[in-house]
Write a protein that binds this ligand. Structure first.
Ligand code: HAM
Length: 428
């Protein structure tokens, strides 16, 4: 019997129901934020991806499905959507009336990667691009929109990682500094990194080989090279995220596998899918439209990996539980008494809350919160009662904040503000 091609997969009816639900929710979310749909072909000229993604990236060097077309052209099955959307934006002069365009698309991409769980040779993305907006608030809005989208489809517990890759000016300086610092260390680096050092030294930052990580940790950090304008931009992204209550982690190793990024780069990750932990990724690419022959135009976007997202949703469905948004870890009888009332009030306010009334240690309670997949834990014991403050911990990033517990009302207001701006019950 002729079997499926390795790395490709059938999506059977049990699963297509989940795909349709998520795609519909994505369209609704994107359209509420002003996006319109664009559909581009799966086949493009190879040169489009070589020039945009970058000659010395893994995608272009070894993962593209490329074959001869008519005359002397080489054709490639698209490995991502950004390059195609940029091509269409330029080719159809979508900037002519108003340079600001917000475009989304949903469809299959192709990369000849080594197949494993969460990594396929045909996979699907929900892709979104914004052209013509330089403001860092746009970057923050995209990340916050994504975070809220994941909540709406009931995928909580994800972590947002951000970094600034600077502009060509400051990045070139950093690239040189990195090259210089590691040039004498090639004996300690893996073969891939030795090659990357010359062609694309930034990629060394996300190498997983321990010896390379060790060398990179002693090398200069990108943050020290980012220029004043790029630093300001990044600070605005961070303050925008904070204003929207998005918990994020700055990850100086986040460089992403495509060369077109400038300034903001981000990923949304889960720890539930093993090695392939990025559910969505994106960033700013202010140089690409000009580089591909269009006008100089700022741009920013992202793509959600649908296959991984569906795997995550199905795994949670199979487990039969919806993880709590907030878990109460109350230690001691007095704290349990107060936490009991607070948890009822928060449930009534629409949050999915879980509380453990047993007399267990904080360590045991935290372990239970982890097993349940709680997004946040509210920790309260005798010390917190004495100080009139409880500790709100985000389980993904392990960051903590204090919340006032003077009255039930102040606690409910403080927690709902941090945990997601008064969500409606159906959202949580
Ligand atoms: P990317 O990080 O290469 O970015 O891909 C985005 C997402 O697609 C990943 O986070 C992952 O969830 C999913 N993905 C990538 N490769 C695979 C694979 N082999 N199997 C399953 N899922 C995969 C881009 O593609 C950029 N074009 C995103 C972007 C848009 N940046 C700006 N605008």
């Amino acid at each position: 019997m002729i079997q499926l091609v390795r790395g490709f997969k059938d999506i059977l009816p049990d699963e297509t129901v989940v795909w349709q639900r998520i795609e519909a929710a994505a369209r609704k979310q994107l359209e509420s934020y002003g996006f319109s749909e664009i559909r581009t072909p799966v086949l493009e000229q190879a040169a489009l991806f070589q020039r945009s993604i970058g000659e010395h990236t893994d995608i272009v060097e070894k993962e593209m499905y490329t074959f001869p077309g008519s005359r002397d052209t080489l054709l490639t099955l698209r490995p991502e959507a950004t390059a195609s959307v940029v091509r269409a934006y330029i080719q159809h002069k979508l900037y002519a009336e108003d340079p600001v365009r917000k475009l989304y698309s949903i469809g299959p991409m192709f990369r000849k990667e080594r197949p494993q769980k969460g990594r396929y040779r045909q996979f699907h993305q929900v892709n979104a691009e914004v052209f013509g907006i330089e403001s860092a608030y746009m970057d923050a809005q995209l990340i916050s929109m994504l975070e809220r989208f994941f909540r709406k489809i009931d995928v909580s517990g994800l972590t947002v990682h951000i970094n600034s890759l600077g502009c060509p000016g400051c990045r070139d300086e950093y690239r040189e500094a990195l090259r210089k610092a590691l040039a004498g260390k090639t004996g300690a680096l893996c073969a891939d990194c030795v090659r990357r050092l010359d062609k694309n030294p930034l990629r060394l930052l996300d190498c997983k080989v321990p010896a390379c990580r060790e060398e990179v940790s002693n090398a200069p950090a990108m943050a020290d090279f980012v220029c004043a304008a790029c630093t300001d931009h990044f600070e605005t992204v961070k303050s925008g995220l904070a204003a929207m209550g998005v918990v994020y982690e700055v990850d100086p190793r986040l460089v992403r596998g495509l060369d077109y990024y400038t300034r903001t780069a981000f990923e949304i990750q889960t720890d539930e899918l093993g090695a392939q932990n990025a559910i969505a990724g994106g960033g700013r690419y202010d140089g690409l439209v000009g580089q591909l022959g269009g006008p100089v135009m700022p741009a920013v976007g992202f793509a959600i990996g649908m296959d991984r997202l569906v795997d995550l949703v199905m795994a949670r469905q199979a487990a039969g539980v919806r993880p709590p948004v907030l878990f109460f870890a109350a230690v001691g009888e007095a704290a349990r008494g107060r936490a009991f009332q607070w948890s009822c009030a928060l449930s009534e306010a629409g949050l999915r809350v879980e509380i453990d009334f047993s007399a267990r240690s904080l360590k045991a309670l935290m372990r239970r919160a982890g097993r349940l997949g709680a997004e946040y834990v509210l920790i309260v014991g005798d010390n917190e009662l004495a100080e009139n403050k409880a500790v709100l911990r985000h389980m993904g990033t392990k960051t903590q904040a204090e919340v006032p517990i003077d009255t039930v009302e102040t606690l409910v207001a403080a927690v709902t503000a941090r945990v997601g701006n008064n969500p409606s019950p159906e959202q949580r």
